[in-house]
Ligand binder design. Structure first.
Ligand code: FA5
Length: 357
């Protein structure tokens, strides 16, 4: 039995050397030291030995067991250390390698334009006011000298809000509810506050049933309103000159063209020489699709109509003023070098386009 135990020890120590990894080690432990393993099998023979030999063989068996267990623990320690080092090596980071730059977000180009427009108007002493973008017909049309069913309203191609409880447009004391088709709903809302003089601007979303190279269904306008005693067109012209010089540069050509709005008298539209065709109306490929004639309309303006001043609760004999409303997207598109020939691209959420700004 002694020889058998010595052989078993030698076999085990030899096998430990080539166990490889912790799995191999565990298999060896079960094979030799497990409850039904090789050592247990040899020790099972103890009761068959003569009594005088049994004690000595038992002691020897225990010594061999201790040798095997100690050798096993040492091998296990070595293998664990090796495996831990290998794992750490695999996770090693070269801190001298250039990093991956995190993606930087930026403000949408329309938001950037709104900020710039606001800065210029602030410099002129205008203060930003907020008006609802879902509003009553009264503020969007009727108080602006456009009675119900007046043909002038058609130009605004308006979206109405449906009453969720009935098959009709939502309606209240101030008329139907609309998605504001222009920012001019701010005019009477501001007059009603009765804090004079008024020098406010309002930038908001507007909605119309329109979509082509120079129109989108949701766009932005900035509206200016100045009401005081003895206001003249000269001051309106001064505001436009200052704005154009600051936003587009001193060299850019603009023109005021007589127009008709129900809420201003006299009324104008302001055009700018088109930046896409350089003001010629022509491109190599044919006519400029954006402006068609070298000029692009940016917005409307005029002296506030006496009926509007009255609707706001003031006396038009005492107070007068001017108002203007420009499209933010068109203003932005016409900035030198922007090269945006189709307004719809601004809202396509194409990152290849948006990342440029
Ligand atoms: C108006 O909306 C008037 N409320 C402007 C005004 C204000 C006149 C105060 C007098 C006094 P108009 O419909 O022309 O006017 O629109 C003004 C500008 O908004 C246009 O010149 C254009 O720049 C922009 N705009 C109008 N519709 C769209 C659209 N669907 N998409 C993008 N921009 C638009």
């Amino acid at each position: 039995m002694k020889k058998e135990l010595e052989q078993l020890r030698d076999d085990f120590l030899g096998a430990l050397e080539s166990a490889g990894d912790s799995l191999g080690l565990e298999e060896l432990r079960v094979e030799y030291l497990g409850r039904k393993g090789k050592l247990a099998n040899v020790m099972k023979k103890l009761p068959d030995l003569a009594e005088d030999m049994r004690k000595e063989a038992g002691q020897f068996g225990n010594e061999i067991k201790k040798v095997l267990e100690t050798a096993f623990l040492e091998a296990q320690h070595t293998v664990n250390q090796f495996e831990e080092r290998t794992r750490r090596d695999a996770e090693w980071i070269d801190i001298t390698m250039p990093g991956i730059a995190p993606l930087m977000g930026s403000l949408h180009l329309v938001t950037q334009a709104i900020d710039e427009i606001s800065t210029i108007l602030h410099q002129l002493g205008f203060v930003r006011s907020r008006t609802p973008e879902v509003d009553w017909d009264w503020y969007a049309f009727e108080s602006l000298n456009m009675p119900k069913d007046h043909a002038a309203r058609d130009e605004w191609e308006t979206f109405f809000i449906q009453d969720p409880k009935a098959d009709k447009v939502l309606e209240g004391k101030k008329g139907k509810v609309v998605l504001t088709p222009h920012t001019s709903n701010s005019q009477v809302r501001e007059l009603e506050k009765g804090q004079l003089p008024i020098r406010m601007f309002n930038i908001n979303k507007c909605y119309r049933r329109q979509s082509d190279v120079s129109h989108v269904p949701m766009f932005h306008q900035f509206e200016g309103l100045l009401i005081d005693k003895n206001v003249t067109i000269t001051e309106l012209k001064g505001v436009f000159d200052f704005f154009v010089k600051n936003f587009f540069g001193a060299e850019r050509k603009v023109r005021l063209r007589p127009h008709h709005f129900r809420f201003t008298e006299p009324s104008f539209e302001l055009d700018i020489s088109c930046d896409i065709c350089g003001g010629s109306g022509k491109l190599e490929s044919g006519a400029c699709r954006l402006c068609k004639e070298g000029w692009l309309e940016l917005g409307g303006a005029g002296m506030v109509h006496p009926n509007v001043i009255k609707a706001g609760g003031l006396d038009p004999e005492v107070y007068s003023g001017f108002a203007f409303g420009w499209g933010v997207e068109r203003t932005l598109m016409m900035r030198s070098g922007m090269n945006i020939a189709d307004m719809r691209i601004i809202y396509r959420n194409d990152l290849r386009f948006l990342k440029q700004f």
